[in-house]
Design a protein around this ligand. Structure first.
Ligand code: ADP
Length: 491
């Protein structure tokens, strides 16, 4: 791999960022973060735990109580968010490199994350001056109006698959609404969150408004959820941890929003443009090496187009070779960790054992001629049955389960037969069918003749066990504000 070191002009430290200062963890411990492409140690960061979370929450509470942040002129708060976006734009190359080295994703995809992070900051910068209440025509000689106020101290817990972007999806609306934040990035990918903290400080965020505590989920993450002085938890991650968080938040009745897992159906009807559907199905599952909560991991295909679609997919999968993630031509990266590789390989074994036909991949892929790093070949199983484990459980890796159907009611029933409901895709040239499926699918996002587009202005979130609350768009403002009703006697 070409020069796999963290860029030297990196401004952030490898320590915790609390109250505007870099500090070691109170326990003095540190942990390593690896480069998934090579399996080598990339950096060490501070291993924060409950004591550091407590300091960060105190700093966030103190910053929330002062007038410098929540009563800052809204236009100035917007300008500050815009400045953060500008700095990210200036440092896009360094940030992209950090993200590639820490997460393993190809630089082409890291640049898309950074573009979208900039867009989200600018989108919410615009909202700061548009957050207002209402005057309400109540009975009697009374004036009634509402105030839209920040929730307070927000604990943000994010995953490793889109480290910078997931941080920004929470930070941008939370700051726009005047909250203060303690962010706990995933232990596998702590580096870009630290960089974001440095960028916030440089842009002029007051001390304590945005704090970052790196550390593990069971310690730092759990302490943040349990902390009595945190008003809200915004979480993106697995459904299993989402359940733990919901239970733990009950103790202090915190507000929570959960963006969780998926097992998203991608449906190809008989009248689809099969070439476009094959390309779309490929990116639906293999983008970010399948480590997307929205991954189109169940391909439901009409039996009349199955052979043609499958041959297109298998052809493409065979051509995907591991490449240096820092090379702009590389299209496919490693999994995040050995643990994730073992988990995904476990699902490949289950698929075989249950009788699905492996038609592409299925084994570790070699990188630079060796079994180094956490690479897996793009994998496709045909003949998957609805009761197979690989048709039901979220794999979170480059493994596609293909199921066939013979009529559209069957396709819809198969698509909705899941505990998840994050996203779905439909490929058809019939406009009526497209909209009927969009109406009837139980999912927070439906893509028609495409897969994966997203925008800071468009809401994102899950039905069923994929979570609740909508991030992005104006909907996210509801997660980070609360409404006060004010009554005035006019007699
Ligand atoms: P994944 O399976 O994708 O690693 P997780 O849901 O395990 O996703 O992790 C997402 C985030 O949740 C990470 O930042 C992780 O540290 C954190 N986390 C894991 N366990 C807990 C927990 N018990 N309490 C709070 N946060 C947790």
């Amino acid at each position: 791999m070409e020069n796999a070191t963290i860029p030297v002009d990196r401004t952030a430290q490898d320590r915790l960022f609390i109250n505007g200062e870099w500090s070691e963890a109170a326990n003095g411990k540190r942990f390593e973060t690896l480069n998934p492409a090579t399996g080598e140690v990339l950096a060490e960061v501070a291993e924060g735990d409950a004591a550091d979370i407590d300091s960060a929450v105190s700093a966030a509470r103190a910053a929330f109580r002062t007038d410098t942040w929540r009563r800052m002129d809204a236009a100035d708060r917007g300008a500050l968010l815009w400045r953060m976006a500008d700095i990210i734009e200036q440092r896009a190359d360094v940030l992209a490199r950090i993200e590639v080295l820490d997460n393993g994703k190809p630089i082409r995809e890291a640049k898309i994350d950074i573009r979208q992070s900039i867009d989200a900051l600018r989108y919410y910068a615009g909202w700061t001056t548009k957050l207002h209440g209402a005057t309400i025509p109540v009975r009697g000689n009374l004036l009634n109006y509402t105030l839209r106020e920040p929730v307070g101290v927000v604990g943000a817990i994010i995953p490793w698959n889109f480290p910078l972007l997931m941080a920004v999806w929470k930070i941008a609306p939370a700051l726009a609404c005047g909250n203060t934040i303690v962010l706990k990035p995933a232990e596998q990918t702590p580096l870009s969150a630290l960089e974001l903290a440095a960028i916030g400080a440089e842009a002029g965020l007051p001390n304590g408004v945005f704090n970052v505590v790196t550390g593990f989920g069971e310690t730092a993450g759990a302490a943040l959820v349990a902390h009595p002085d945190v008003d809200k938890i915004a979480f993106t991650g697995s459904t299993a941890v989402g359940r733990i968080i919901m239970r733990a938040a009950a103790g202090s009745l915190k507000k929570i929003s959960l963006e969780l897992g998926g097992k998203s159906p991608n449906i190809v009807l008989a009248d689809a443009d099969v070439g476009a559907a094959a390309r779309g199905a490929f990116s639906a599952i293999f983008y970010n090496t399948g480590q997307c909560c929205t991954a189109g991991s169940r391909l439901l295909v009409h039996e009349s187009v199955r052979d043609e679609l499958l041959s297109g997919l298998v052809d493409r999968a065979g051509k995907m070779q591991p490449g240096d993630p820092l090379d702009s031509k590389t299209r496919f990266g490693p999994l995040i960790s050995q643990e994730q590789l073992d988990r995904v390989l476990g699902y490949v074994e289950k698929g075989r054992a249950e009788g699905a036909q492996l038609v592409a991949g299925g084994s570790r892929a070699q990188y630079e001629g060796e079994d180094r790093g956490f690479w897996l070949q793009p994998t496709v199983f045909d003949g998957v049955q609805p009761d197979h484990v690989i048709a039901k459980e979220e794999i979170f890796g480059p493994v596609l389960s293909v199921l066939s159907f013979s009529d559209e009611d069957e396709a819809l029933a198969l698509a909705n037969a899941s505990e998840y409901g994050l996203a779905a895709g439909v490929w058809t040239q019939d406009v009526k069918k497209a909209h009927r499926f969009a109406r009837d699918l139980e999912a927070g996002t439906v893509w028609i003749n495409t897969y994966h587009p997203g925008d800071a202005a468009s809401p994102f979130g899950g039905y069923k066990q994929s979570g609740f609350g909508r991030e992005l768009g104006e909907y996210s403002l509801d997660l980070y504000t609360q409404i006060k009703s004010v009554w005035v006697d006019l007699n």
